[in-house]
Design a protein around this ligand. Structure first.
Ligand code: ATP
Length: 468
């Protein structure tokens, strides 16, 4: 059997994108109206995979730890939150416009693409200098011209008119540019209403919105996305060891999803924001796009709570219950984009191989992530006795397996296997004429095509053990 990973396949990302649409993982947002840039919808199998990635992350951070709690904060927040956090002023990407067709480009990313070291945290002057020196090598992605305006900072916050009935828009309520702010806002509530003590962490999954200049690369850069964040509140200066531990835990979690270590790497930030003590990103080796960020791990000192204390006027300091020492906790943060991790998981699982001499596409997803756990087929759809037995087995398994159990009688058996392989279903159960007589079924293993006969009475226990 020849196993081809997606990284060995030219235009690998195109294959993933096509599979996502064909098999109900991801659809372009508002597609029937021509599509809205930077928006994607998760289809029936996509939402299953997404929820399973979230469940694995939640288990790791909330259920498996003693000093972490969960949170789900409101999307809309007082506008002062975004002033305190620095987003209204500093949350900007460098933009330039094509003078011929007005297409906007994100300058730091265009520079990076031609091998120039640049990032959005550089000063406008520095970016203008780098851009001027390299402009001639950058083409407008729309019309191909090489004639651009000066670089200017473009704020990424998305405004709304929530609660504003004046239509002057003077005090817009923003959509969150990052999901984590709700954790800082509730830090005191959590301390007062639960049993946590510093050091403690809060985990949250929430939506973020950014007016990205050029949304692109499928789920990689969208204007609406979901982030899974943790904030660990620690004693001042007790950051180094905890930060190293956090980095290791985050790396190991990616491996637990079945992602291969050779497709992951670390990148330390060269330009730290003024308050940060350290910052590292975990990068994944995306097909076609190459290595890029899926998660940031940030050592943020006491910046966030200090800022919210200043802007809200509420004392956010912590008093140690034993020593009575008073301090503002420092924060270690992990922030992961779920769309990017979803894409990494799909990419790592995507395989083309030969099974019984036939080429096939198979998603070798870890069992706990597979959207459909088991598919049940009658060997022939025009034999009522087989269909009835298959429906019985399907109903029985549905109640006993946590996750989707699918019934499929479309097309011939080969087509059904191909479809289930492409959505990553670990096991297919086929009911044939022997099943009616002997009470057993064929169970086919996705990865090697091996088929075993298992008694119907023993199926539930068999799968329980397989998925444990
Ligand atoms: P980038 O440099 O790629 O714009 P960032 O450094 O601004 O990302 P953070 O603000 O640290 O990203 O956000 C944390 C995580 O949120 C990122 O690691 C990424 O996985 C995800 N993320 C950020 N922006 C987007 C986006 N536009 N689309 C999808 N995911 C995103």
């Amino acid at each position: 059997m020849v196993n081809k990973q997606v990284s060995d396949i030219p235009n690998g990302m195109e294959k993933i994108i096509s599979l996502c649409k064909r098999r109900g993982f991801i659809y372009q947002g508002s597609e029937i109206y021509g599509g809205l840039a930077g928006m994607y919808d998760f289809g029936p199998y996509g939402v299953e995979l997404l929820n399973k990635i979230k469940a694995s992350w939640w288990k790791e951070h909330v259920y498996n730890r003693d000093n972490y709690v969960g949170l789900d904060s409101a999307i809309f927040k007082d506008p002062r939150v975004w002033e305190a956090s620095g987003h209204t002023k500093g949350f900007a990407d460098p933009l330039s416009e094509c003078k011929r067709c007005n297409t906007r480009i994100r300058v730091d990313k265009e520079l990076e693409e031609i091998g120039v070291v640049a990032d959005e945290k550089m000063s406008e002057a520095k970016l203008n200098e780098l851009f001027s020196a390299n402009k001639s090598k950058i083409k407008c992605p729309q019309c191909g011209a090489r004639d651009f305006t000066e670089v200017r900072a473009f704020n990424l916050l998305v405004k709304s008119n929530l609660g504003d009935f004046t239509s002057t828009g003077e005090r817009p309520v923003y959509l969150p540019g990052e999901a984590c702010q709700g954790i800082y806002l509730n830090y005191k509530n959590i301390l007062n209403s639960t049993r946590v003590k510093v050091p403690f962490g809060v985990a949250q999954i929430g939506k973020a919105f950014r007016n990205e200049i050029s949304p692109r690369n499928f789920l990689f850069r969208t204007r609406e996305f979901e982030q899974a964040d943790t904030q660990l509140f620690i004693r001042p200066h007790e950051n180094k060891e905890a930060y190293e531990r956090m980095k290791k835990e985050r790396w190991d979690w990616y491996l637990s999803l079945g992602i291969r270590a050779e497709n992951l790497k670390w990148k330390q930030h060269e330009n730290l924001v003024f308050y940060a003590s350290d910052a590292w990103d975990i990068l994944y080796n995306f097909p076609t796009y190459g290595f890029d960020e899926v998660e940031g791990i940030h050592d943020r000192t006491d910046y966030d709570l200090t800022q919210h204390m200043k802007y809200s006027g509420v004392d956010l300091s912590y008093t140690d219950p034993q020593t009575k020492e008073k301090f503002i906790p420092w924060i270690l943060e992990t922030s992961m984009g779920l769309g990017r991790v979803f894409l990494a998981v799909l990419s790592d699982a995507y395989t083309e191989d030969l099974l019984g001499g036939e080429p096939r596409i198979v998603l070798k997803l870890a069992g706990h992530l597979a959207p459909v756990k088991v598919a049940v087929f009658p060997l022939l759809r025009n034999k009522p006795e087989l269909v009835q037995k298959a429906e019985e087995v399907h109903r029985m398994l549905k109640g006993k397996i946590a996750g989707l159990v699918e019934f499929d009688d479309n097309g011939n058996i080969g087509k059904r296997y191909r479809r289930q392989d492409e959505i990553g279903t670990p096991y297919c159960v086929t009911i044939d004429f022997d099943s009616l007589e002997k009470g057993d079924v064929t169970v086919r293993d996705r990865d090697n095509g091996k088929q075993d006969r298992i008694k119907i009475d023993e199926l539930a226990a068999f799968f329980k053990q397989k998925f444990s």
